[in-house]
Each structure stands twice: as C-alpha cells, then as structure tokens.
Design a protein around this ligand. Sequence first.
Ligand code: PAF
Length: 283
Amino acid sequence: MKVIRNIKKIKTILSKARSEGRTIGIVPTMGALHQGHLSLIRRARHDNDLVVVSIFVNPVQFGPKEDFKKYPRDLKKDALACRKEGVDIIFYPPVKEMYPSGFRTYVEVEGLSTVLCGASRPGHFKGVATVVAKLFNIILPSRAYFGQKDAQQAIIIKKMSSDLNMPVEIKILPIVREKDGLAMSSRNVYLNKEERANAVILSQALAKAKKMFHSGKNSREVILAVSGMIKEKKGAKIDYICAVDPQGLGPVKNVKNSILLLLAVKFGKTRLIDNIIIHGKKN
Ligand code: PAF
C-alpha cells in the first residue's frame, strides 16, 4: 500500500492502471476511520481492481466556528486499517496541494445545498461538492463510495455527478450502527459518557417514526412524536427533524413510495445526524 501526497504522482500511477484496463474505486474520507468507512472500503475492494482511500480534512467544508482544528486525525491508525482491508493507495494531500494560493473555483448544487444541514452549516455542501469534484477529477474513478449516514451529502453528490456528466458510478451504502443503534461517526468520540448514552435516542426515535408512518400517521404527527422523545433527553438540542422526498429533498406529508426522515441534534457541543428511509410497503 502506498501513501501519496502529490496530485501529479497519483495521476501518473492511476493513468497507467487505467491504460491497463484496471477499474478504480475511491472511498473519499476525512480519516478517523470507523466501521462505517471500512464497510465502504470492503465494498470498493470487492468491486474494483484498485482501491484508493482519500484522507483529507477538507477546510472548505467547515464553518469558522466549527471543529476543523480539533477534527480527529490519526494517519498511522487509519493506514493500518486500510492495509488490513487491502487498500492499494491512500491519497493524503496537504491542504496547499488541494487549494493552492489563488484557488477560486467552487461547485454549488443549487437548492439542495442550502436546506437542512446546509441551512445550519452555510457553505458546508459547497465545500463538500468542490472537494469531491476535485477528487473525481484527480482519481478519475470508475466508482465512488459514500455512506447513507450523510444522506443529504449523498443526494448532493449524486446530483452533482449527474448534472456535470461525471463518468463515475456513485454507490451509497447503508448506515453502520453501534450495537445500541447509534450511527457510527468520527464525531462520536467528542461525546462524554452521559451524552453518548443519551444519543441512543436518535436511532430509537427513527425506529418509532417508521412504525408510526406504517400505521398511517402523517409527517406532522410523526415529527411531533419524534421531537418529544428526543427533547426528554437532558442536553439534547434539536437542530431539525424533517420528512422529505429522498431524491429532491422536498417536504412530504405521507409515505406513498418512500420518505426520508432526517434529523440533526446537538448533545452538548456535538452535532449528530441520522436518518431512515421508510418505504410505503412494510419492509
Ligand atoms: O463524508 C465525508 O467524510 C466528507 O464530507 C467527504 C465526502 C470525504 C468530503 O470531504
């Protein structure tokens, strides 16, 4: 396994691989790899001849008051995990390599990037779309792998690659959860013991929402019940709970085909997100 920090170098290696007809899968990450990331890497390993994991804490997707500086970084541990999963290349560029001075071009997926998490984190999805577009242009992957945990991000990346005719297949894989239901996230390490215990309410609330939708309740009733459950937990501060259409993120009242219920809740200083897709027919 190689760790490459330089764009020119990785392009040369991958261009040779492509000329030999080898397929390339990319798993874009910000490091602090957990089982959720490993599930993406395993799938990429299964589907492709060559697997690239990018590890880049992208400053452009963090707001000025967010956790860019303290975001967990541990290349040694991540590299060990990648090696175990049979990753071929870790792309680990410095910030200056990705954003040299004079950088001015950004990608914005209008409408989708300013609602939900985009409303609470202005500029976040512009940063995500820009770095993912750059990674696609550098790596030119056959396939790219993302987690359903970041549902809005997944929708935005799919839309960007379709709108801009990017020749890459986007694969979205299911949320990986801790035994007690908490969705895996690199930010879970910020939670203290009490916050960690309380955070389990998120997956429990989503399970309750699924039952309620299937018993015929509408979005308003479900959201009211879900927020009631979450508010009972000490220190939980709801940012949003929304029921939307899984493609366009428009609001929906009832489950006809499917509904995406998303939430963002702060426990102390840590903002967690989670979601569930509920289908019209019982599943
Ligand atoms: O999901 C993440 O870790 C990041 O948003 C991504 C897609 C790697 C872009 O920086």
